[in-house]
Ligand binder design. Sequence first.
Ligand SMILES: [Zn+2]
Length: 313
Amino acid sequence: MNFSKTLKQEILSKRIKDNCCKKSFLAGLMRGTGQLFIEDDQLGLDFTVYDENLASLCAEYFRVLYDYEIREVSVGNDHLNNREIFEISIKGEKATEILTDLEVLVLDGEEVIVNTHLYGELTKKECCLKSFIKGLFVAVGSCTLPSNEDLASTGYHAQFTFSHEIPAEETERVLSKYDITSKTTKRKGQVLLYIKSAEQIKNLFAFLGASLAVLNITDLMISREMINNTNRRTNCDMGNVSRQIEATMKQIEAIKILQKKNVLSTLKQELQLTAKLRLEKQDMSVIELANLLGVSKSCLNHRLKKLIELSKQ
Ligand SMILES: [Zn+2]
């Protein structure tokens, strides 16, 4: 099962108790995928859910909150994502009243118009705001986490897909109040609100009340960091080794030049001895060589530097 589905199931597994939050959850769902239409001079709205249980949950909420029976749920297939679609219609005499109460529509004087803003009275209380964003995420959200095998991919990604800028920007602002930093971008006529940082995605899961998902991503972050640290250390060790080899090569090169120029035998005893041992023990580190000579590391370094200097004269 992909992670979006797991996450949405976790969000939906928690029953919403208060009516205020039921309303805002419905509103979030409807604002995500809703399409207004006019039938028999009445405004109506179709919205889509991808889960049969969710469709019946919506029906229950409309019954409880508005004494409204959903008469039409059309079932289709989303072949692209290989899932069933349940399209729910709110229409008829009561539709305008319900849609206004859910702030899909607003009163502008005498006239009822489409509300371009997502957040208003309905999302004033924090409990309701969270429910609203849960509904919104279930409707238009998705999330992928990286696999442990593919360390090269950063892979953390969560997004909400909107059809307009205003709801995307408003959601960005609302989330930022809860330490969730997101960005928006346009793609193929849609506006994406996305989060790439693992830490921020974790905050989003916590905000959505998805504690299993929080555990899941924390585990993943820790194990990926451990593997990355091991890789970094190995790379670092390799770097040290290659620097050591490079230094030794330079010293040997210098000593060979001094030999060629017949300078070596004219040098101080200690330098001669150092040169001789360096040539003989090419695989030894400076520390090992210093130990062998019974001198300090810095003393040996000083002698080796001297040999290199002399070779350049
Ligand atoms: Zn509430």
